[in-house]
Write a protein that binds this ligand. Structure first.
Ligand SMILES: C[S@@+](CC[C@H](N)C(=O)[O-])C[C@H]1O[C@@H](n2cnc3c(N)ncnc32)[C@H](O)[C@@H]1O
Length: 194
């Protein structure tokens, strides 16, 4: 389903997104064509998923995949990630936040556009519930190292091991592309501590 907030200038309640409470909420930042949240929502019917995507074409694809799969536990919000995190999503609402293959902006002059910053780390620590997790994957080694440095400086985030088969975690659309090209994938998992 599409999620359209009734008021874009007011903080949401978790129940505004999924009225059936209490269920864990997972947020996919930059969900692209929706393959990942669709597979997750099918696998975990007892959890709710919100996919954020700013590009209309990709948001529509994600929405149509969710509708075809007849998933009541997945909603797609077409919006800028930073706006949703800063102005709409309430504190401690999410059990997991996924940031999978964000644009790495490899040119130095574009580094300021990268998603993972000190402010971003503070924000996800606020939106995640205590004990909640942030999961991050990229094919860009330099961006990965820079991001890990920034994430480790956020005192509420604690890095955890992430073994490949620790839990069901399907490859995303972009991940499949990079794997086909033989690119190594970097993954990191952080937990919010009190
Ligand atoms: C490289 S793609 C990865 C898509 C998906 N996560 C995957 O792994 O297949 C990055 C996605 O994030 C979206 N995106 C980038 N910056 C965004 C922002 N600030 N707000 C919302 N979506 C954003 C892009 O439009 C794009 O669909």
């Amino acid at each position: 389903m599409q999620f359209i907030p009734s008021d874009y200038f007011c903080k949401l309640e978790k129940a505004d997104i999924f009225p059936d409470q209490p269920r864990p909420l997972e947020i996919d930042l930059g969900c692209g064509d929706g393959s990942f949240p669709v597979a997750m929502a099918e696998h975990y019917p007892e959890r709710d998923f919100l996919g954020l995507e700013r590009l209309l074409g990709r948001a529509r694809k994600a929405y149509s995949k969710a509708c075809k799969a007849d998933l009541e536990n997945l909603k797609i919000l077409r919006l800028e990630i930073s706006y949703a995190l800063d102005w709409l999503l309430p504190d401690a609402c999410a059990s997991r936040i996924h940031l999978l293959f964000p644009d790495p902006w490899p040119k130095k002059k574009h580094h300021k556009r990268r998603m993972v910053s000190q402010y971003f780390c503070q924000t996800i620590s606020r939106v995640l519930e205590p004990g909640g997790e942030f999961l991050f994957k990229t094919d860009d080694q330099e961006y990965f190292e820079e991001s890990i440095g920034v994430l480790l400086r956020e005192e509420r985030l604690h890095q955890m091991h992430w073994e490949e088969d620790a839990f069901f975690y399907p490859p995303t659309d972009f991940e499949k592309r990079w794997l086909k090209q033989g690119k190594p994938i970097q993954s990191a998992r952080f937990k919010v501590i009190d």
